[in-house]
Design a protein around this ligand. Structure first.
Ligand code: ZN
Ligand code: ZN
Length: 218
């Protein structure tokens, strides 16, 4: 997400203030910042409450096109859970979704509150009830399609595919027919929703790669 140190420093301080058992690792490494320690999560939904502490490691990359990652160092998440990778890294959400949140101005604290904490809550809820509280985001390709359905506000997979194809060609013509082939002009159809993926280099690179993955799969 191309974050430089000066820009990210206040956000890291804000995160450390909100999660007082989280510490910053002392390192000479200036490619990333590592936080580790215990976070308390206290949340309720549908009459189910968790109030639990989790040992985690967070890696925040600097100056490159990567997103922050979280590892379950306390082994709180079952190793066979689909949204946990074998090395303990959490499959928090799709890259496109998280990148889109940062594009829309998310701070690290918002990322923590709105993506990381709900991840743990969903896991606990799923372990108890066998279903997900806010609906599951599919893993891999299914998750990718669902993400763009959500962002483009479009349930028709074929239209989502056509929109991604247009994005990958990086052409935007607001006054021409929308790439979804609805017959409306782009500006009055999906224009506003696809524009960030055409104008922003980082979102564009993710959408282009997601589109190639979809093409390989079909
Ligand atoms: Zn996943
Ligand atoms: Zn459209």
């Amino acid at each position: 997400m191309r974050i430089d140190y000066n820009h990210i420093r206040p956000q890291i301080d804000e995160l450390l203030m909100s999660y007082s058992d989280l510490k910053e690792e002392d390192t000479e490494n200036n490619a990333s910042i590592i936080l580790f320690g215990r976070v308390s999560i206290n949340r309720s939904y549908n009459g189910f409450t968790i109030d639990k502490k989790y040992d985690i490691k967070i890696l925040i990359p600097l100056n490159n096109d990567e997103l922050p990652d979280v590892w379950d160092i306390g082994n709180h998440i079952d190793k066979i859970y689909i949204h946990r990778y074998p090395d303990g890294k959490l499959c928090l959400e799709t890259e496109a979704f998280i990148a889109f949140c940062f594009y829309n101005g998310y701070s690290l604290l918002q990322w923590m509150k709105n993506i990381v904490e709900p991840y743990y809550f969903s896991y606990e809820y799923y372990s108890r009830f066998g279903e997900f509280p806010y609906g599951d985001r599919g893993h891999n390709l299914v998750g990718i399609i669902e993400t763009y359905q959500q962002i483009f506000k479009e349930s028709d997979c074929a239209k989502v595919y056509k929109l991604l194809r247009a994005i990958s060609q990086r052409k935007y013509r607001g006054h021409l027919p929308c790439p979804c082939e609805s017959g409306m002009i782009t500006r009055k159809c999906h224009g506003r929703l696809i524009y960030p993926f055409i104008s922003d280099d980082y979102l564009f690179s993710i959408a282009k790669r997601d589109y190639s993955r979809l093409c390989e799969a079909i």
